[in-house]
Structures are given as C-alpha cells and as structure tokens.
Ligand binder design. Structure first.
Ligand SMILES: [Zn+2]
Length: 173
C-alpha cells in the first residue's frame, strides 16, 4: 500500500479513539454515537463532486439498514473542507446531543480535502463515516475475516456495510 493510503487509515483509527475518550459518549453496544432515532435527514454543505458522491453513497448504505433517510437538514450534516497539519482524512462528531447526552440529535461529518483520495476511498469513507452516525465502531481483521466491511481501519476495507454491520445497527439504534 502506498504511504498516503496508509496514513489515511491510521488517521481514521485515531479519530475513533478521540470520540471514545469523549466523556459525553454513551453507546448502546457499539463504539460510536447513538443516533436519537431511526429517521435521519441528510444535508451537504459546499461539497466537492467527490464529497457529494461520498455523501450519497453513505446515505444509500444507511438505507440498507433499519435507518430510513431523507434529504434535508437536521440530522446528518456533511461538509468537506481542508484542515491541514492533521493526519485524519475524515471525521464524525456529534454537534447537538439530546437533553440527557445519551444520543446524538445532529451529526457533523467532515471529509478533509487536504488529503488525496482515490474514487474507491471516497466511497469507502462515505460508508465508514455514515456508519459512525449509526453507532458503528471500527471492525478488525479478527471479526471481519471475509474483508467485506467499510468499518475496517485498513486499506482492505470494503465500500459497503456487511451483514454484521447491518445487524449491529439494528441492535444499537
Ligand atoms: Zn472511523
């Protein structure tokens, strides 16, 4: 794998660690944020063509799960802008928590355009970050032996959720 590609995925790994160490984090069963419900409205802001494609793909992947999506504001906000001097290529954060800070009302996904991505990586990142909005944490080789999940922090990551991811979304949201 190329050096650039390698640093991309290491960055995604570091991101999860950041979200896990947040004191506000409270998950059902997985390792990311719980959405506050199973209806998620998605909106893009100033996206490049590639970022828009990644958003559309991530939304489509959520549709395969128990989560229903629509276009519009209020649940998942997607931006791509440049943040230099950092190693992460994309991140998902909770912008607005619910009153008890147990689930997330509004998510922010950022694709970092300071990094170069292949078309395939854009799709994988879209799937990956939208997965974090559905409470999915990272998968490892040991529990993704058929290498078909986008939630891996490796270049072997697939561009879709696998069956295990879809079941985890059902169990965790
Ligand atoms: Zn991640």
């Amino acid at each position: 794998m190329s050096r650039t590609t390698r640093s991309l995925w290491i960055a995604l790994g570091a991101l999860l660690f950041t979200s896990l160490s947040s004191p506000a984090h409270a998950g059902h069963d997985n390792k990311s944020f719980d959405p506050d419900n199973r209806k998620q409205a998605v909106k893009g802001f100033n996206l490049t063509t590639k970022g828009k494609g990644a958003m559309e793909w991530g939304k489509e992947q959520l549709e395969r799960s128990v989560i229903t999506t629509s276009w519009g504001g209020g649940d998942i906000e997607v931006h791509d802008y440049k943040t230099t001097g950092v190693t992460w290529a994309a991140q998902t954060r909770c912008k607005n928590w619910n009153a008890l800070w147990t689930s997330c009302d509004v998510f922010t996904i950022q694709f970092n355009t300071a990094h170069h991505h292949t078309d395939f990586q854009w799709l994988t990142m879209g799937c990956h970050e939208f997965g974090h909005t559905a409470d999915l944490g990272h998968r490892k080789a040991s529990n993704d032996t058929d290498n078909n999940s986008c939630m891996r922090s490796t270049t072997a990551a697939h561009y879709k959720f696998d069956k295990h991811d879809l079941n985890a979304i059902k169990a965790g949201t």
